[in-house]
Ligand binder design. Sequence first.
Ligand SMILES: [Zn+2]
Length: 583
Amino acid sequence: MRYSQTFVPTLKEIPAEAEVVSHRLLLRAGYIRKLSAGVYTYLPFGLAAIRKVERIVREEMNRAGAQELLMPMVQPADLWRETGRYEKYGPELLRFKDRHDRESCLGPTHEEVITDLVRGEVRSYRQLPLNLYQIQSKFRDEIRPRFGLMRGREFIMKDAYSFDVDDEQANIAYQKMYDAYQRIFTRCGLQFRAVEADSGSIGGSFSHEFMVLAKTGEDTLAVCKACDYAANVEKAAIKARPVENQEPMLAPEKVETPGKRKVVAVCEFLGIRPELLVKTLIYKVTGGDGQQKYPVAVLVRGDREVQEVKLKNLLQAADLELAEDKEVFDITGVPTGYLGPIGLNGLKLKVVADLEVAAMRNFVVGAGEKNYHLKNVNLDRDFEVAALADLRQIAADDPCPLCGGELGQIEGIEVGHIFKLGTTYSASMRAVFQDHDGQEKPLIMGCYGIGISRIVAAAIEQNHDENGIIFPVALAPVQVIILNLGLKDAVITAAAELLYTQLQTQGVEVLLDDRDERPGAKFKDADLLGIPFRLMVGARLGKEGVVEIRHRRDGLTVELASDQVVAYLLNQIAVAGSAVQER
Ligand SMILES: [Zn+2]
């Protein structure tokens, strides 16, 4: 590949619309271009990096016994109605009608389509187990697409679906995928962590996310410092503490708290710690049917945060959102900041509380009246809740739910997600098989996704510096860039051309920078593109017979006689590959 003939439109300016580093660098390095919100064209080098990921994914999926197929992107609404998801899925599902007025949608995922296929073909346990996968563009109509390939509307995904005769076999299939994912992300050269995760809108009994560790991660992970426990904070269970509180209950007392609306202000004014306050939050909830909308009051300790995914799961809601001040007033008649659980039972309002509230005694809540709070309030004596559950986000002082050890928090980008689905889809779609006892049983399913285009973005979030991308060798569009720094010098040009041919003959992917540009411009572009090895063929070749090789990752520069270059690079590429395998 000659740079002068390659379509890599690099940019000097930093694109204003790009908020995160991977988005900026993918645009600047000429890897992608935006067509419309969350929709991108992959330019040749961007596509080359994506193909690298796809190849690793295919090899490991095939090795794990999965078989590739390709399903349609346009899906009939009737299939989605069988599982109830046509209504439930929400506005991320792009729905439309064709010329015959038939309702359809653009596939954001393919559980319905694959289950429909398999129920039509699989009759007997003899045809199982089965694991089918595809690599395909998906469409999710995100309300606010952003961060380039991190959260686009159209993206490339690998999705796999397993079908088994029973739970035990399904767990084996799940473990196979878990192991395959470990190999995939290791081979991609990424630092990652598998964590326990929430099953979300896909449903099912348990799941793991694979997170690329990066400061700009969209997810926060709780990780035990003592044992192997790691979980998305959306899921991280709070270890139950003793609920017994022997403190005597005091008589409730109404106190004036003029203008004190925030937890901190109220606590300061009353001279109490936030651990003695319970805040009341109003959420607007969309029911599981996707239609019904109703408000819910949520109680948590003053210094805690509601974990909305946990709340959503408790309420089996399709969606929920914190109500704004005006909406709180419309629903309860109380200005925000003075809301409390007492009196809410009279309204048509479900009240739920975090488990911690049950262990609290004589706490402070809003009085349900402007400029007043209530002291010495107690659950059950003074008010009731419809449910007590683990509803808050795990905090720094919470112990590991497994071993009680200290937890730390790190940021991550989700690049893979595996789910044990059980019979969620096979039951509603009547996907059954005949077992060896002649009984008809529902298929036990699992599903397994990898965000192919997202991996490229995540790799950049994890591997970059102020000069550009630092691709892991396995994902770089090419492994070596040769800079011809003496375009008008016949000896230098001949040496660069010879190395170019020799490396290609050895199967190395190489870009020859044969452009008529200053050396400085060539250095800048080579760094920006993130190519792992830069070969500089210039004046020193003529004088000393020396070629310089610079490692993109650590800036290490070595000088070699030009006839040693090919062997050196082959060795470096092999070492990079094996180091990754061993990690
Ligand atoms: Zn632990």
